[in-house]
Design a protein around this ligand. Structure first.
Ligand SMILES: N[C@@H](CCC(=O)N[C@@H](CS)C(=O)NCC(=O)O)C(=O)O
Length: 211
C-alpha cells in the first residue's frame, strides 16, 4: 500500500505511526503542501478535498481521512491491535482521540491559519494566540482523563497515543508551554522511545529534506 504524506502533516503522522506499529509494509509518497501539490489535479483525483493523508491499497482502492484509514487498518490488521477488545474501553479511547481529531486539529489546520491571515487579516501574534488557545483548551480536558502508565491508557500503545503524539509535536513546534500538561508530556517522551513512533517523526521523513 501507498501512503500519501507530508512530513509535517499531523494527520499523516498518525497514520505513519500506526503503519509502523502494526508492521504493515508500505511506501510513502510525499505531497508537498508548501508548494501546493495537494491542490493540483494529480492529487485531488486521489483526495477530492486536497488534504493529506490518503491511503492507496494494493488493488488501487483509496481511503481518505486519517480516522477512516486508522479504523480500516485496525479492522484489517488486528494482529497488533491499537484498540482493546472491551467495547467500553475502546469507546473511551475513541472518545478521547476524537477530541484531538475533531475539536483541536481542524481549528489549527494550515488552511484555517491561511484563511485567518489572508482573508481576515489576522496578525501573526493573534494567529498564534488562536493556535495555542485551541490546543490548551483541548489538552486541559485530555490531561484529566489520562493514565500515563506510561502510555495514554496503560502499558499498551493505543490509538489515543497515535493521535496524541503528532498533536504534541505541533504544540512544541509552536512553543506552547507544557507546564500544565505533565502527563501528556510524559506520554510524548515514552512513546518517542519506541521505534515505530521514532521512524514516523517529521524529521525522519525523506521529504523533510525538500521542504
Ligand atoms: N480530517 C482530515 C484532516 C486532514 C488535514 O487537515 N490534513 C492537512 C495536513 S495535517 C492538510 O492536508 N492541509 C492542507 C491545507 O490545509 O491546505 C484527516 O484526518 O485526514
Amino acid at each position: 500500500m501507498e501512503l500519501y504524506t507530508y512530513f509535517r502533516s499531523s494527520a499523516a503522522y498518525r497514520v505513519r505511526i500506526a503503519l509502523n506499529i502494526k508492521e504493515i509494509k508500505h511506501t510513502l509518497i510525499a505531497v508537498n503542501l508548501l508548494e501546493g501539490e495537494h491542490a493540483k489535479s494529480e492529487y485531488t483525483g486521489i483526495n477530492p478535498q486536497g488534504l493529506v493523508p490518503s491511503l492507496k491499497l494494493d488493488d488501487g482502492k483509496i481511503i481518505n481521512q486519517s480516522t477512516a484509514i486508522l479504523e480500516y487498518l485496525e479492522a484489517e490488521y488486528p494482529e497488533i491491535p491499537l484498540l482493546p477488545n472491551d467495547s467500553f474501553t475502546a469507546a473511551t479511547i475513541r472518545n478521547w482521540s476524537n477530541i484531538i481529531a475533531c475539536d483541536i486539529h481542524p481549528l489549527d489546520n494550515l488552511r484555517v491559519l491561511k484563511y485567518l491571515t489572508n482573508e481576515l487579516n489576522v496578525n501573526a501574534d493573534d494567529k498564534m494566540s488562536w493556535y495555542h488557545h485551541w490546543i490548551i483548551e483541548g489538552f486541559t480536558a485530555l490531561e484529566t482523563q489520562l493514565l500515563a502508565t506510561p502510555y495514554c491508557f496503560g502499558t499498551t500503545v493505543t490509538l489515543a497515543d497515535v493521535y496524541l503524539i503528532p498533536m504534541v509535536y505541533n504544540a512544541l513546534r509552536f512553543n506552547l508551554s507544557m507546564e500544565k500538561f505533565p502527563k501528556i508530556l510524559a506520554i510524548y517522551e515514552a512513546c518517542n522511545t519506541l521505534e515505530g513512533f521514532d521512524r514516523a517523526k517529521p524529521e525522519n521523513q525523506a521529504d523533510c529534506k525538500i521542504a
